[in-house]
Design a protein around this ligand. Structure first.
Ligand code: TXA
Ligand code: MG
Length: 329
C-alpha cells in the first residue's frame, strides 16, 4: 500500500470524489495546509483518518464544505457567524457552532461534542472536489501525528507514504499555517487556535474577542488533556469482566461468556442496554461506533456503563485514551 499523487485535472477530481464516496482517504490541498480527507458522514471513513494519522486520541476534526449554504445545513448559524463567514469565507477561518439536530456528520468526527468545526476553504481544487462530492469532508492536517503539517504534496507523501489513498496535488499552500479556529457559540467570539486571521481582525468585525488557546498539537504543553470531548453522564466502568443487573454493557468481541453478576447472561439483558462496538473485535469498526454507542447507552436508565476490555494496539490506543478520560470525568 502506498499513497498515490493525482494531478488536479477534472478527471482526477471526479476520481477523488468517487474514492471519498466509497469511504477512501484523499489528501486535498487547501490554502492553509494539506488535509487528510474522508467522507464526514461515514463513521468508518472517519475512523480510518485516525488510523492513518496514528493519532493517540480522537481529536475533533474540521469539516470542510464548498460554501456557506452547505455549512448552514450542518450547524446552527447566528449573526456573528454570518458576519465572520461573509467576511472571511472562503478562507483560513474555522467556526465552531452547535450541530443541527439533523446534522449528518459522524459523531466520531466531532469527538461526540454537540458542536462542530466548519470551514470553507479557498483553494480551487478543494472547492471543486467538495462540489463534486456533494458531502462534507472531515480533514485534519495530512501528516502523521506529531509531525509537521504538510504544505506540499511531497510533504504528504513523506509523512503518509504507506497510507492507502490519494493526494490531489494542488501546489504549495499559500498560507502555510492551519486556519484560525473561533468558537462562536457564545456572545463573544473566542479564538481557540491562532492563524492567519488574527484576534484584531475578528475584534474589528465583531466588536470584541477573547483568546483562549487550548492545548493542541501546535501547543503541546499538555497534549490532549484539555481538549474538549464528549463525556457521558452515566459513569463508565472499564475492563469489565461481568455486568451488574442495573448496568448497561458496551461490548467488544464475543459476548458469549459475558455473565451478569448474581447469575444470567449479558445477552439476555433488556434490549437497548447492550451494544457491541465490534462483534468480530475489529478496532476500526469499534472506533467508528464509539461515540454513537456511548450517546445511545447514556440515554438508558442504567446506573453505569460496563465497558469490556479493548486491546491497547492500533486504534485501540485512541479508544482506550478516550474511555479513560470519559471514566475519570
Ligand atoms: O487549516 C486547517 O484548519 C487544516 C486544514 C486541512 O483545513 N485542518 C486542521 O485540522 O488543522 P485539525 O484536525 O488538525 O485541527 C482541528 C482543530 C483542533 O485544534 C481542534 O481542537 C479544533 O479544531 N476543533 C475541532 N472541532 C472542535 C470543536 N467542536 N470544539 C472546539 N474545537 C474544535
Ligand atoms: Mg494538525
Amino acid at each position: 500500500m502506498s499513497i498515490k499523487i493525482l494531478q488536479g485535472t477534472a478527471e482526477n477530481i471526479s476520481l477523488a470524489a468517487q474514492m471519498l464516496r466509497d469511504g477512501g482517504l484523499v489528501a486535498l490541498p487547501t490554502e492553509t495546509v494539506y488535509g487528510l480527507g474522508a467522507d464526514a458522514t461515514s463513521d468508518t471513513a472517519v475512523a480510518s483518518i485516525f488510523e492513518a494519522k496514528g493519532r493517540p486520541t480522537f481529536n475533533p476534526l474540521i469539516i470542510h464544505v464548498p460554501d456557506v449554504q452547505a455549512a448552514r445545513g450542518l450547524v446552527e448559524f447566528n449573526d456573528m457567524a454570518e458576519l465572520l463567514a461573509s467576511q472571511y469565507w472562503p478562507g483560513a477561518l474555522t467556526l465552531i457552532l452547535p450541530r443541527r439536530a439533523d446534522c449528518p456528520v459522524s459523531l466520531l468526527a466531532s469527538a461526540g461534542l454537540p458542536t462542530l468545526a466548519v470551514r470553507v476553504p479557498a483553494h480551487p481544487l478543494a472547492k471543486d472536489l467538495l462540489k463534486a462530492l456533494g458531502r462534507p469532508v472531515a480533514a485534519p492536517s495530512a501528516n502523521r501525528s506529531g509531525q509537521l503539517s504538510p504544505t506540499t504534496p511531497a510533504h504528504v507523501v513523506q509523512s503518509l507514504g504507506d497510507v492507502d489513498g490519494y493526494v490531489l496535488a494542488g501546489g504549495k499552500c499559500t498560507v502555510g499555517l492551519e486556519s484560525t479556529v473561533v468558537d462562536v457559540t457564545g456572545d463573544v467570539p473566542v479564538v481557540l487556535r491562532p492563524g492567519a486571521i488574527t484576534p484584531e481582525d475578528i475584534k474589528m468585525l465583531c466588536g470584541d474577542v477573547v483568546v483562549e488557546l487550548s492545548p493542541n498539537e501546535n501547543n503541546p504543553k499538555s497534549p490532549g488533556q484539555l481538549l474538549k470531548h464528549y463525556a457521558p453522564k452515566t459513569p463508565l466502568r472499564l475492563k469489565a469482566v461481568d455486568v451488574a443487573p442495573d448496568e448497561a454493557l458496551l461490548g467488544f468481541g464475543s459476548l458469549k461468556f459475558m455473565g451478569v453478576r448474581g447469575g444470567g447472561w449479558a445477552r439476555d439483558l433488556p434490549a437497548g442496554r447492550v451494544l457491541n462496538l465490534s462483534e468480530t473485535g475489529d478496532l476500526n469498526e469499534a472506533a467508528a461506533n464509539l461515540f454513537a454507542m456511548l450517546h445511545q447507552l447514556d440515554t438508558t436508565a442504567a446506573t453505569g456503563i460496563a465497558v469490556m476490555s479493548i486491546p491497547d494496539e492500533g486504534l485501540g490506543l485512541a479508544i482506550n485514551d478516550r474511555l479513560k478520560r470519559a471514566a475519570e470525568g
